[in-house]
Write a new protein. Structure first.
Length: 351
């Protein structure tokens, strides 16, 4: 299956240059092969065999990756390991990507678990049960622990958004390392592939707020010994957001504009580690969604991403991949998986 060779773990070599214009080759040498990029979907809700089969048929697009979301329980004695979902994803021929959120829902509200509750061992029994579940799973699982840590919306490790500040990155690094160490102690390190996954834009932003210089993705990085692969999340909101209603004005942005700053940061932060986009999507408002998809697929190939995952849900907006575009608009994603070199033909090599 395609995904068995697309998923490149830590230590794997990323071939070629990370740009649209490759480096000059010695005379007479063959150009490096253009690598395919895995495609996947992120689901808001449970992954079942029936749902995944329907998606593949609906989109006419194979799935190499499936992202699911699991929260911590309020009670560390509770077991919510998603064995059935992981197995459904495996049986569909895809790689499970488990987004593991250290918070729980009570009375309809999110409650973030304080970092000390993890680092002091209060959740160790839960972490160990979870680690054993992944250890016994037949194939590796990508674990996105506490993703998008550079967003105040999550404020991982702080019980409230008011605690999100200069001390947050250190708390985050300690949490991440503790979780990885528990997994290692349980013999699950070979099967759990931990992803460091910031959001494309930090909020608050160091670029716009001088008091937010601490909130840079690199400040949260737990270290090469604790991270197997890298991830990025980012969305094209088009013109759906206004300052009057939402507090900010959005505009239709190309895939490269959204992701390039973080992509360059990750290349410098951890050279050689595979990079994925684990969440992205585009609306139709304000621009050409079909062209956006084509450019996203071509850029993913040019940047040699290991995978590109679409948030296929009707949530804040209708993010579904096929919403508002014809089936042929998905052809670039099909070529991204099967004939990636075709996507680079005719691409601009300008600055």
């Amino acid at each position: 299956m395609i995904h068995r060779r697309l998923i490149r773990w830590a230590g794997g070599t990323l071939l070629g240059a990370h740009c649209l214009l490759p480096a000059a080759l010695p005379a007479g040498s063959a150009p490096p092969a253009v690598q395919p990029v895995g495609f996947g979907v992120a689901l808001d809700g449970a992954a079942t065999g029936e749902r995944l089969a329907e998606l593949e048929q609906e989109l006419a697009l194979g799935l190499d990756l499936v992202v699911i979301f699991i929260q911590f329980p309020q009670d560390p004695g509770y077991d919510n390991f998603p064995a059935e979902q992981l197995e459904a994803i495996r049986e569909a021929g895809a790689r499970p990507v488990l987004t593991w959120e250290p918070m729980y829902i009570r009375d309809g509200e999110e409650h973030v678990i304080p970092a000390e509750a993890l680092t002091d061992g209060g959740y160790d029994a839960y972490l160990r049960r979870f680690a054993r579940g992944i250890r016994e799973f037949p194939e590796p699982v990508i674990v996105r622990f506490a993703h998008e840590m550079n967003l105040e919306r999550y404020h991982w490790g702080s019980a409230s958004a008011e605690g999100f500040g200069p001390s947050t990155p250190a708390r985050y690094r300690a949490m991440f390392r503790h979780v990885v160490e528990v997994f290692r102690d349980e013999g699950a390190a070979d099967n759990a592939r931990f992803a460091f996954n910031p959001n494309a834009e930090s909020v608050p932003s160091p670029e716009h707020d001088p008091d937010a210089d601490w909130n840079r993705p690199e400040a949260y990085y737990p270290g090469d010994d604790y991270v197997d692969l890298l991830g990025m999340d980012g969305y094209n909101w088009g013109t759906t957001r206004t300052r009057e209603e939402h507090g900010w004005d959005s505009r239709f942005l190309p895939f490269e504009t959204i992701f390039e700053p973080l992509y360059q940061t990750l290349l410098e932060l951890a050279p050689g580690k595979p990079i994925y986009v684990f969440e992205t999507a585009s609306v139709t408002d304000g621009g050409d969604k079909a062209a956006w998809i084509e450019t996203a697929a071509a850029t993913a190939v040019a940047w040699e991403l290991a995978g590109l995952v679409w948030f296929h849900n009707d949530k804040e907006e209708d993010w579904r991949l096929d919403a508002g575009v014809p089936s042929e608009a998905l052809d670039p994603l099909r070529r991204m998986r099967s004939e990636p070199a075709a996507l680079l033909e005719g691409q601009s090599h300008g600055d």
